[in-house]
Design a protein around this ligand. Structure first.
Ligand SMILES: [Zn+2]
Ligand SMILES: [Zn+2]
Length: 273
């Protein structure tokens, strides 16, 4: 599997001299199977650039999975060029406990918020609900309910014995939790890689408990408990400068030399084979 980040920022896009290294686009990740079949996760602002890549490479049959429908995970969708091309076949997977994906996307592409209406899109779009486990071509996808203010799913992708988990917008230790700590440990156990929300450091978290996000240290504790040796932090806070993120990563690498610890940045690629 090939993984490429197109958006790694949480909450709102940013663009300033302090955030160039890790990037300012909101959440969007691209996964490609060994056979080249495409899976897009979330439609934050990073999906705009990914759309250009897919069009350029004539990739027309696309799977798009939504973890949830907060702005920072859907706001790039109206700028995803493939949806305006009639030969595009798009399968959209999303949670439907609180709202259907179609409704969430239609609300966004409606007057007076956006001039192009969802119902007028020329591409062929099919909606599917995320199950606990399903298969996209040769990739097995499993889901878990995250701890977040609105219904959100965490995902595990497995192909040919290699797997990674993507859990963003997840508060590992939420007081009123939907999913227990142990269930997260069991879910990510034996994965080659965990990509996890680390929006805050311990100091910021003190006043942001219940907001649905985690800290760098909490994510490290989780990978230790699950014996996952490779961790990539994502969903960086809009207030986190490159310098701040570098400092967090540097300290953790010194403290935990047996782990591969990285922070996601827009365009970062990982190959699991
Ligand atoms: Zn988010
Ligand atoms: Zn969210």
């Amino acid at each position: 599997m090939k993984i490429q980040f197109f958006g790694t920022r949480g909450s709102i896009p940013v663009s300033d001299n302090q955030t160039r290294k890790y990037g300012g686009n909101t959440t969007c990740i691209y996964v490609e199977s060994k056979d080249g079949n495409p899976i897009v996760i979330d439609a934050g602002t990073g999906i705009r650039e990914l759309g250009l890549y897919l069009v350029k490479n004539k990739i027309q049959n696309i799977n798009l999975i939504f973890t949830h429908y907060h702005w920072d995970h859907i706001q790039g969708f109206p700028f995803f060029i493939p949806i305006y091309i009639k030969d595009t076949q798009l399968q959209i997977y999303g949670p439907s406990k609180e709202i259907e994906a179609k409704k969430a996307l239609s609300y966004q592409m409606a007057m007076p918020f956006f001039p192009a209406l969802f119902d007028g899109l020329p591409s062929r779009i099919v909606f599917k609900t995320i199950e606990k486990s399903f298969t996209l071509d040769h990739i097995r996808v499993e889901s878990i309910t995250n701890n977040h203010p609105n219904y959100t799913v965490g995902l595990k992708f497995t192909e040919g014995g290699r797997s990674f988990c993507f859990l963003t917008d997840n508060e590992i230790y939420a007081e009123s939790h939907r999913t227990s700590y142990k269930s997260f440990v069991d879910f990510i156990k034996d994965s080659d890689l965990l990509i996890h929300d680390a929006q805050y450091d311990d100091e910021a978290y003190k006043v942001k408990k219940g907001w649905g996000h985690s800290t760098y240290n909490q994510v490290i504790e989780l990978v230790q408990a699950a014996q996952v040796k490779y961790v990539v932090f994502t969903h960086h806070d809009p207030m986190s400068s490159d310098q701040f993120i570098d400092k967090q990563i540097g300290e953790l690498r010194t403290k935990f030399p047996d782990y591969k610890i990285e922070a996601a940045f827009d365009s970062k690629k990982i190959i699991l084979e």
